[in-house]
Ligand binder design. Structure first.
Ligand code: MN
Length: 503
C-alpha cells in the first residue's frame, strides 16, 4: 500500500475571483492533510490542486493515467464547477474514480453567514453538477457522501482504496498455470483473452518440465533450513523430526517443492499459480514425489494467488483478496460436504490439501498422511487446522460466455466438530441467509465449487471492485430471497445484453 497514491482534485472555477480559488486551495490542503492524519486510510492521499478549466481537468486526468503510483482519483467540487469542463478529462480517465460529496465547513454558521461564505461552500450544488455529467457520460464511480472528518466517510474511502489497490495489482498480474484444467471441469475454465482485457491479468501456461529445472537447482542447505523453519513454526509429532523415516523425507521433499515453486514465481514475476495433480514431473528427471500441497498453503499465506486443478480465475481472485485485505484471514476454499442440521445446516469448506493457514484459529499442525489421489499416490505433507469462527464473505468469478459475473456470499463460520479421520484444513460455514437460500442462490447464479474467502472483506469491497472492473456482481446476503434473486439474474441478463460495453 505504501507504493500507491490516491490523487485528490478539487473542482472550482474563476467566476468568484482569484482570492476565492486561493481559499479553496487552502481548504483542500487542510482536508487532504486531515484525511491522511486520520489514520483510517490505507493509501496516501496526494492533493493535486484545483481544476478550473477544461484544460486543467484534462491535464490532471492524463497525468493520473500515466503515473503508476496513482491508483485512483478523488474529486470534490468545492465551488460550482461547470461540468462541461470535465467532459474531455472524464473521457480519458482510466483510473478508478471516487466522487466525494462533502463540504469544508461542517455546520452552517447561522449568525455570520453571508454571500462570501456561500460562494466558498458550494459543493451542495457543485457536486450535483459534477454527478450529472458522470451519470450522463455513464462514468463508473463510487459516490461517498459525508463530512470529510467523519469516521464513516473515511471508512468508505478506505474500502474503495483497497479495491483500487487490488485493481492496480491485477493490471500487471501474471498467473502461471502448471498444467491445464482438470477432468473436463467447466466452471474453472473461461476466456483468458477476455480476462486480460476486462480484469487485467495475464494467464500463461508454464510447462512442469520448466518448473522442474528450478527444482533441480534447489540446494540441499536451503531445504534443510526450510525444514527447520517448518518444525519451529508448526506443531508436529516429535517423531517427524527423525531423519531416518519416510515421513521426514516427505517433509524434506515438500520443502524442496516449495523452494522450486517460489523460485520460478519470483523469476517470472508471477503473482499466482495453478497446479494439476496429474502432472508432477517425470520420474526419470527432477519431479515432485507428492502433490505440493504444503507449498501451496504457504505461498497463499505469502500472498501468491492459488487455484487448484487449473483454476486460474480463483488464483487471480485470491491474489486480489490478499492484496485488498493485506493478508488478513483469507483462503482459497472448496465446498466439500454438506451438513444437514436444521437451521444450522452448513457446508464443510476444505480442499484435498490447499487451504491457507491465514484463516487458522490456532497454530497449524504439520502432518504427513497417505493421499490416494493424483498421478503420484504417496504420503503427503500438509498443514492441518480449523478456521476461526465469525462472519466473512466468499467470492468467485464465473465466465458466462458474454461477460464475467462476480458472485459474493456473506457467510458465518461456525465451530466444527473434530475430524480425526480427515486430516485436512477446513472451515465450516452457514451461507447467508441460511443454507437452503444461500446455496440455492449460489447455484442459480452459476457459482463455482471453488471460492475465495476472507473475514475482512465485506460485500462493500466487492461492490467497489466490480464497479471499477465494470463487471456484474450479485450479492447473496441476510435479506436475500430466491424469488427476488431470480428476478435480479433475469434483469441482469437483459441489462448486460443491451449494454454491450460491459460485455
Ligand atoms: Mn478443487
Amino acid at each position: 500500500m505504501n507504493n500507491y497514491e490516491v490523487w485528490f482534485v478539487t473542482g472550482a472555477q474563476l467566476l468568484y475571483g482569484g482570492d476565492a480559488v486561493i481559499a479553496v486551495d487552502a481548504h483542500s490542503n487542510e482536508m487532504v492533510a486531515g484525511l491522511n492524519a486520520g489514520g483510517k486510510l490505507p493509501v496516501k492521499v496526494v492533493y493535486k490542486g484545483t481544476a478550473n478549466s477544461s484544460k486543467e481537468v484534462e491535464a490532471v486526468m492524463k497525468a493520473a493515467n500515466n503515473d503508476d503510483r496513482c491508483i485512483g482519483l478523488i474529486t470534490w467540487m468545492h465551488t460550482f464547477s461547470p461540468a462541461k469542463m470535465w467532459i474531455h478529462g472524464l473521457q480519458q480517465l482510466r483510473k478508478p474514480l471516487l466522487h466525494l460529496h462533502t463540504q469544508y465547513n461542517r455546520e452552517i454558521p447561522w449568525d455570520t453567514m453571508d454571500m462570501d461564505f456561500m460562494n466558498l461552500n458550494q459543493s451542495a450544488h457543485g457536486d450535483r453538477e459534477f454527478g450529472h455529467i458522470c451519470t450522463r457520460m455513464r462514468i463508473r464511480r463510487k459516490v461517498v457522501v459525508g463530512h470529510w472528518q467523519d469516521e464513516e466517510t473515511q471508512r468508505k474511502i478506505a474500502v474503495w482504496m483497497r479495491a483500487c489497490a487490488g485493481w492496480a495489482d491485477a493490471q500487471d498480474m501474471l498467473i502461471l498455470r502448471f498444467g491445464d484444467q482438470m477432468n473436463n471441469v467447466a466452471v474453472t475454465d473461461g476466456d483468458k483473452v477476455e480476462a486480460e482485457q476486462r480484469l487485467g491479468y495475464h494467464v500463461d501456461y508454464c510447462p512442469v518440465s520448466e518448473l522442474m529445472t528450478y527444482h533441480a537447482r534447489v540446494k540441499d542447505e536451503e531445504v534443510d533450513a526450510l525444514v527447520a523453519d517448518y518444525f519451529a513454526s508448526y506443531d508436529h509429532d516429535a517423531a517427524l523430526e527423525d531423519k531416518t523415516t519416510e515421513a521426514y523425507q516427505k517433509v524434506w521433499n515438500s520443502a524442496k517443492a516449495e523452494l522450486a515453486l517460489r523460485a520460478i514465481l519470483q523469476a517470472k514475476g508471477a503473482k499466482g499459480f495453478t497446479t494439476n495433480f496429474d502432472d508432477l514431473g517425470q520420474t526419470d528427471g527432477s519431479f515432485f514425489d507428492q502433490i505440493p500441497g504444503l507449498a501451496s498453503q504457504r505461498l497463499m499465506a505469502e500472498g501468491y494467488g492459488f487455484g487448484a486443478e487449473g483454476d486460474w480465475k480463483s488464483a487471480a481472485l485470491y491474489r486480489t483478496v490478499w492484496v485488498m485485505s493485506q493478508g488478513v484471514g483469507c483462503s482459497f476454499l472448496e465446498d466439500y460436504t454438506l451438513n444437514f442440521d436444521g437451521a444450522n445446516s452448513s457446508i464443510l469448506q476444505a480442499h484435498m490439501l490447499e487451504v491457507c493457514p491465514l484463516i487458522a484459529a490456532a497454530r497449524p499442525r504439520l502432518e504427513v498422511h497417505f493421499l490416494g489421489i493424483g498421478i503420484r499416490k504417496s504420503l503427503t505433507v500438509r498443514l492441518v487446522f480449523t478456521s476461526k469462527t465469525g462472519t466473512g464473505c466468499t467470492a468467485t468469478v464465473i465466465d458466462l460466455g458474454n461477460r464475467f459475473r462476480l458472485i459474493v456470499n456473506d457467510v458465518e463460520c461456525i465451530e466444527p466438530k473434530p475430524l480425526p479421520k480427515l486430516p485436512v484444513a477446513s472451515a465450516l460455514w452457514i451461507p447467508m441467509p441460511n443454507f437452503e437460500v444461500g446455496a440455492g442462490a449460489w447455484i442459480l447464479a452459476g457459482g463455482t465449487h471453488h471460492s475465495c474467502f476472507s473475514y475482512g472483506l465485506s460485500a462493500e469491497y466487492w461492490e467497489d471492485y466490480a464497479e471499477i472492473a465494470g463487471i456484474e456482481m450479485v450479492h447473496i446476503h441476510k435479506d436475500t430471497t430466491l424469488s427476488e434473486f431470480k428476478k435480479e439474474l433475469r434483469m441482469n441478463e437483459v441489462y448486460y445484453m443491451l449494454n454491450k460495453a460491459l460485455c
